[in-house]
Design a protein around this ligand. Sequence first.
Ligand code: NAG
Length: 185
Amino acid sequence: MWVRLRFVAAFHISVILFQALCTLFCSYLIISVCVCVYLESINKYSSLPTQVVYKTNDDQVTVIGAGVTLHEALAAAEQLKKERINIRVIDPFTIKPLDSKTIIDNARATRGRIITVEDHYYEGGLGEAVCSAVVNETGFTVHRLAVSQVPRSGKPNELLRIFGIDRDAITQAVRKVLSSSANAK
Ligand SMILES: *[C@@H]1O[C@H](CO)[C@@H](O)[C@H](O)[C@H]1NC(C)=O
């Protein structure tokens, strides 16, 4: 009787474990498929790693952002489009190594005008990496937006605005870069 009970208990435990494994495996499959579909949807303009995520035939400035600032750059692109200013938006994917060629080729199409936006300090980030990548290019200008203040807590949107790295800061920077290069002519 005891042996039989133990056998039944072991059998039940195996069934439960098996079901748990199946559930995990199914979740894994579902999540993988969702992630693939999502990556495919955000990947329609170009391929990984460095992506040109927004592009027209008449881009005036190349904006390079990563993560949340990439999202802000895309919102800025939508806003500027209403003002008939087109910008190119690049997601570098990694800073080290940096895909200098893609950045230089695209920035050349926008007359060397680059704006970098990062949710970090100026030191040791995206802006510095881009500056060193284009150091030998003639006629390139890099305008950097980054965090210069002491970090504080707050809502994400508020912080982006306070630190001057949100969509409005980007649209302003684009207008500024364009007006200063118009004055230089
Ligand atoms: C810039 O030019 C110098 C001298 O030719 C070279 O040593 C350096 O590697 C170049 N840097 C880049 C980022 O192309």
